[in-house]
Design a protein around this ligand. Sequence first.
Ligand SMILES: [Fe+2]
Length: 433
Amino acid sequence: MTRRAHKHSIFSQKLDRAVFVAYFLGAVVPLVALGAIFARPAIENAAAQGGYLSQAGALAQMGVLASAGVLCMGSFFVLRRFAVQTLQRLRSDQERLARLVDVSQSVSEAHHAGEVAHTVAQAALVVCEGRAAYVFLASEKGVDLELIDHAGREADKIYTKAQRAVDAMVRMALETRRPALVGSDGRSSAGLTAAAAVPLAIRSGQRGVLVAVHTERHARFDTQHVGALTTLAGMAGVAVSNADLRDAQRNFFAHMTDLLVTALDAYLDYQVGHSRRVAQFANVMGRELGFDDPRLQGLHFASLMHDVGMFRIDPDHWGIPAGYQKHPRQGARMMERIRLWEELAPFVAHHHEWWNGAGYPDGIEGESIPLEARIIGIAEAFDSMITASYRPARSVEETLAEIESGAGTQFDPELAALFTRLVRAGAVRVKTD
Ligand SMILES: [Fe+2]
């Protein structure tokens, strides 16, 4: 905002009014009262001499009034300037706080350290009003810190020129575990007039530093800038720790699922690869139906785990309905115990229900069967028929005809039509033995 625009803003008018009232009550009224007190003897003296002030007395009175006027004007402008500066500082503190709140919300949802570094570098540039900001990170085993992200139009150029100075500050902040500041003595170093480096407090053993720099003459980082930078570094530390934890969870989950599917394949050796193929077919249908990523992920895991209940069925009973028909419910019970998978349990529980209610274990029908369970039902039936699971494998076309004939009885008719169309269009990768 320009100075002229600010002068005519509502903010400025309100401020002028407030300052004028304060000035009037605090300066003008006492000065007038003082003037009246001091002028009273002269007026009384003049009255005693016939009602006329002497020329010298009149000049003295005018001098006093002129001095008082100049004093009033001066005090008004000083007071106004002080009030403007105070309010501007308050406004910039408010903006800084709002920015920090925004950053805390966005970094709390970050999926990886790089995302956190990007958000924090951008925010550091704004809250410190600097020229460039940098985020350095390294793992516990890493020897040197690596520049992960930066913000500022000339950040690259500035870092190339001042790399030694910045790196020295980063090392200082890491060693002392306190903010490192340069430039407070007014001298510049490698083009930097001021720089502040704050270590990140990362719980997972990683190390990191957030740096902000100035290149303009007389630019400085005051205590509020360093405070804001420290707050950002604290947020970044927690967010990187959480992102690492989530990444470790995802890694654990993906590999444990893979192990479980491999174990299931080995256990049910008559249909090796069945779960992974069902997941692939289900995924194609889910995408075609417009599922978002979290829903697709749920469908994927439910498809991989749909037959996990077979672990609980005695192999001697696999061939009899009273035995194998227990596997959906057993599988659902296993899934319910895993908090991240409990919502997928109904998909596992009902993947053998029929559209007309003739399926198992509950005999529910139509749309009361969860959509994901209906998708898995078609995918499982298709894979079982094209592979030699129980009977000699059928051709793809024979299998599709079987699914079409089961539409409206075993299968959801709309899903059956969608799936057969997708297979014929080549959208489903089918590998037959
Ligand atoms: Fe099954």
